[in-house]
Design a protein around this ligand. Structure first.
Ligand code: FAD
Length: 291
């Protein structure tokens, strides 16, 4: 299939890009890596009248470390996130997750921010942004604003972004030194979209779990955090019984969909098994130096 007709704008700056989006009257689309947008256009699932190419806007292709966060600009490709030394050192759980993202050709072009904007329920980047208490930096002709990832991600392929807005960067909060982490995913073949995945962060103090964070994907219309289960683990000893209880709570909290790849029951089973494994791994890693 070929896409429907569209006008093409080669944006030279962020201001130029958001003006072009505003000029499209709600019908423009940002082109970042194109790895999700172009197939959707070719299948005519989306038919933007204007495509705003941000690929040559200077200054958006950097990962920077500032005040407790890593900032990933809108043109940071998956390959860069996977190979970046700052990511590996400061956020090892993200470094581990990136190994599961697609194949080399897709990783060479696809962008972290583009994935967060695309909001696929089985994509690693929205889930990691939730886990890491991410903040989304947004520009529009009306000025700049920021939004917490939990408010930004609304549902399947759906975000709180307005049609004349573009995401400029995403900030990920760096976990404290010694935070235990784990990322567990199941997909049919390496690099395929996951059937389910679980990521965990936790600290250990006085032999007990503290600041537990759990994110999952593939089990609902969007990636999710589980505040109730996180709270239930707070102050508990890291025992197999505690992990079993948490896994059961998570399984009860989710309502996965059935589709061609897996039934809802199978996804619920996977979620429990992956959660149990991830919690135990993260507990084991607590206290390891990351800096
Ligand atoms: P694009 O395709 O350019 O854009 C996607 C959407 O986001 C569009 O609506 C676009 O307008 C919008 N957008 C992009 N950037 C911005 C911005 N800065 N501001 C506002 N809107 C923006 N992903 C995974 O997570 N895991 C996988 O295992 C995986 N496997 C894949 C396998 C294949 C074969 C393919 C083709 C893709 C796969 N992907 C996977 C998707 C890939 O990660 C995409 O790169 C990603 O979803 C979108 O990033 P992009 O930069 O290509 O965005």
């Amino acid at each position: 299939m070929k896409p429907a007709r569209f006008d093409y704008v080669h944006a030279e700056s962020i201001a130029h890009a958001v003006e072009a989006l505003a000029g499209a009257g709600g019908d423009g689309k940002v082109l970042a890596g194109g790895q999700s947008l172009m197939p959707m256009m070719n299948f005519r699932l989306v038919k933007p009248s204007v495509l705003v190419d941000i690929n040559r806007i200077p200054g958006l292709d950097c990962i920077t470390h500032e005040a407790g966060v890593l900032r990933l600009g809108a043109l940071v490709r998956h390959r860069m996130t996977a190979e970046d030394g700052l990511v590996a050192r400061h956020i090892p759980v993200l470094h581990a997750a990136m190994k599961h993202v697609a194949h080399l050709t897709v990783r060479n072009r696809g962008t972290f921010c583009g994935s967060v904007c695309h909001a696929d329920p089985a994509a690693e980047m929205p889930m990691m942004t939730l886990l890491l208490d991410g903040t989304v930096h947004i520009a529009s002709p009306r000025g700049d604003r920021t939004m917490a990832a939990r408010d930004f991600l609304v549902g399947s392929l759906s975000t709180a972004l307005e049609p004349d807005e573009m995401v400029v960067a995403v900030d990920l909060a760096i976990p404290e030194d010694g935070t235990g982490w784990a990322f567990e995913e199941f997909s049919r073949r390496h690099g395929d979209y996951a059937l389910a995945a679980v990521a965990v962060l936790m600290a250990r103090a006085d032999g007990r779990m503290r600041n537990v964070r759990i994110a999952m994907m593939g089990i609902a219309d969007t990636a999710l955090r589980f505040a109730d289960v996180e709270a239930a683990l707070e102050g508990r000893e890291g025992t197999p019984a505690a992990f079993d209880e948490a896994a059961a709570l998570l399984q009860a909290a989710i309502q996965p969909n059935s589709d061609l790849n897996a039934s809802a029951d199978y996804r619920r089973h996977l979620a429990g098994a992956l959660a149990r494994r991830a919690l135990a791994e993260a507990w084991q890693r607590t206290g390891e130096a990351t800096g």
